[in-house]
Structure formats: structure tokens, C-alpha cells
Design a protein around this ligand. Structure first.
Ligand SMILES: [Zn+2]
Ligand SMILES: [Zn+2]
Length: 350
């Protein structure tokens, strides 16, 4: 961690300079709102007027508790990997289903429903998503959404909790192992979160978060294989719990690291987020990240619908059942206009 965190200096790399120029250019353009398809929420729209103050980074304050727990978890997951070949078929199936459901709790839940309000969900679906989200244990929905709205509004500045200009490791996991930059607290604290404060289910999860996580992320996935089909305790603990949890974490973190560093920018070359199909595979649809930052209000988080995007397929199935509705999708014309105006020329229409 040291290497990537301490390499951040106040001198600008050529890439940072290019970003800075991009930002200067953006300042002349009003907020990128191609169409007002989601008038109820604006807190996730990129604000190019916010820029970092000059000066060195404050000294990193390590959160040793998180560093130790995260290291132990990853060791447990590595051991889980060793145990995979000797696991029972149902244990692996259970781990896989738990993975997919946890990821839905993040992608379709915390991300597309609660952070961006890209669609609406009726109570049974919201109940499912809040349970799935708790299984994924990535901070409660309220905190996750506040960090995520700050990430979109202040992308690649110090007010972005996982600012990818601080390197791969910082944006992947390092940001969870150190105290937040003061700008994150200051700007994040000012975001309008009234919609989530008013949602009883979200506040209920926040209130009982610790015991619910203990039950849904750790106890339940371990006990089921152990009790129901006689898996060994060690296999049950290391495969569906440690390994599955670690994989869901890393699949999500790759959106913040790899999808901000590697890939094309067909929709907007002035911003760092990129299209990364590999990241979409792991996160079940969250890797079309240049599109997503250009159009954060699109429920598919991609120009397309079901292409490497199980989350969109899931939301569409829920809509067919009447549990999801009011899905926001940016029009083809608006997407094409944006590609023409700010794309890097890699889109097939270019
Ligand atoms: Zn987002
Ligand atoms: Zn992003």
C-alpha cells in the first residue's frame, strides 16, 4: 500500500495535466444534462467547477483495524481457493448463488436504485435488495450512496472517496484502509441525502447494520452448507463466506480502480472512467463506466441492456413482475450526440 499511496505528489504527471486541461474545458460547458429524464435527483451529476486546492496531501492516517481485518479476510479467501476442489457441489453452488445475490444488492440496489435513483422499486423488491445488500457488507446503503454520489459529483478530486488519480491501489482498496481526506468529509457532508433519510427501510438497515451483517454476510452462508448437506465447517467458512465475500468486494472495487484506468472512452474523453468489459463480467454489469459517468441516470449503467449486464436483466425481470418501474433510459439520439461531441472515436458509430 505504501508504494502507491506515497507516490502521490504535488507535481503533475502528463496525465494529470491532460485531466486538468479537460477540466478547464468542461468549466465552459454547463452541467452535462442531455435530457432531464430524472428531475428528482441531481446530486450525482459531475460538477466540473469543483477543483482540488493546491498543496501537499495531508499525512496518511492508517486505520490498522481495517488493515488487519482485510488482510485476514484475504488470507481466509486464499485458503478457501485451496479448498474449492475438495468442496461439495452444493457448497460451490451455494457460494455462487450467494455471490450473485450479494452483487445484485450492490449493483441493482445500492448503486442503481439508491445512489442514482435510475428506477423505482416496490416494497418486496426493496426488501430483497436491502437483504442482498447486507449480505455484501460494503457499508450500509446510506453511507455507500453518500460516498458514491460524492464519487460522481467530484470525480478524480480529493473529494472523491476513491480518487483514482491516487493510483490503482488507493482507488481499489487503499481508500478503505486510511482515514478519509478532509475534502471527502466536507463535500460529502453537504450532499443532499434527504431521499434516503426519508426511506424507512434504508434507515432500518443503517440502525441494525452490525448484527445484520454478522448474520447475513458471515453466519448464514457458513451454517447452511454445514447443517444442510454436511459440509465440513472449514469448507463452509472459507468457501461460501471468506472466498465469496472477498470476490464480491474485489469485483466491486475493480469498478473504482480498473474501470477508471483501463479501457476506451467512447462517450466522453475528458473524464477518466472507461469502458471495461472484464470489469462488467465480475460486477455483473457495472464496467461500462465511461457511459455510466456520462449518463449516471440510466438504469442500465450502459448504452446497451443485457450485454454483459445481468443487473439490467434482473431489473427488467422485476419490471415484468411489476416490482420495478419508471426505468430511466437515455435516448439513442442523446447518446449519439454525446459520442459526436465528446467521444474518443472508439465507438462503432464514430
Ligand atoms: Zn455510479
Ligand atoms: Zn466511477
Amino acid at each position: 500500500m505504501n508504494s502507491s499511496c506515497t507516490t502521490t505528489t504535488t507535481t503533475m504527471s502528463p496525465r494529470s495535466e491532460a485531466m486538468q486541461k479537460g477540466r478547464e474545458k468542461l468549466k465552459t460547458v454547463p452541467l452535462y444534462l442531455e435530457e432531464d429524464i430524472r428531475p428528482e435527483m441531481k446530486e450525482d451529476i459531475y460538477d466540473p467547477s469543483y477543483q482540488d486546492e493546491e498543496g501537499p496531501l495531508p499525512k496518511l492516517e492508517y486505520v490498522w483495524r481495517n488493515i488487519i481485518l482485510m488482510s485476514l479476510l484475504h488470507l481466509g479467501a486464499l485458503y478457501g481457493l485451496v479448498l474449492v476442489p475438495s468442496s461439495k457441489f452444493y457448497t460451490l453452488l451455494w457460494a455462487y448463488i450467494y455471490y450473485v445475490v450479494s452483487i445484485m444488492g450492490i449493483g441493482a440496489g445500492a448503486h442503481r436504485l439508491w445512489s442514482h435513483r435510475t428506477y423505482k422499486a416496490r416494497l418486496p423488491l426493496r426488501l430483497f435488495l436491502i437483504i442482498a445488500n447486507t449480505m455484501a457488507f460494503q457499508n450500509d446503503v446510506y453511507e455507500w450512496s453518500r460516498d458514491h454520489r460524492a464519487h460522481h459529483k467530484f470525480t478524480e478530486t480529493h473529494a472523491d472517496p476513491h480518487n483514482s488519480r491516487r493510483g490503482f491501489f488507493f482507488s481499489h482498496v487503499g481508500w478503505l484502509l486510511v482515514r478519509k481526506h478532509p475534502a471527502v468529509k466536507e463535500k460529502g457532508g453537504k450532499l443532499d441525502m434527504s431521499d434516503l433519510k426519508a426511506e424507512k427501510l434504508v434507515m432500518f438497515q443503517r440502525r441494525y447494520y452490525k448484527p445484520s451483517v454478522l448474520l447475513l454476510c458471515f453466519i448464514l452462508p457458513t451454517l447452511v452448507p454445514w447443517y444442510c448437506w454436511g459440509e465440513t465447517f472449514l469448507h463452509s467458512l472459507c468457501v461460501p463466506t471468506f472466498l465469496r465475500y472477498t470476490l464480491t468486494l474485489n469485483a466491486t472495487w475493480l469498478v473504482n480502480s480498473a474501470a477508471h484506468l483501463y479501457g476506451y472512452r467512447p462517450y466522453d474523453k475528458n473524464i477518466d472512467p472507461r469502458e471495461n468489459p472484464l470489469v462488467s463480467m465480475g460486477s455483473l454489469g457495472e464496467g461500462f463506466h465511461n457511459y455510466h459517468h456520462a449518463f449516471p441516470y440510466d438504469y442500465s449503467a450502459s448504452e446497451y441492456r443485457w450485454y454483459i449486464n445481468f443487473s439490467t436483466f434482473f431489473i427488467d425481470c422485476m419490471a415484468a413482475l411489476g416490482l420495478a418501474y419508471d426505468r430511466k433510459k437515455v435516448s439513442k439520439a442523446a447518446v449519439l450526440a454525446r459520442i459526436k461531441r465528446t467521444g474518443d472515436g472508439s465507438h462503432k458509430s464514430s
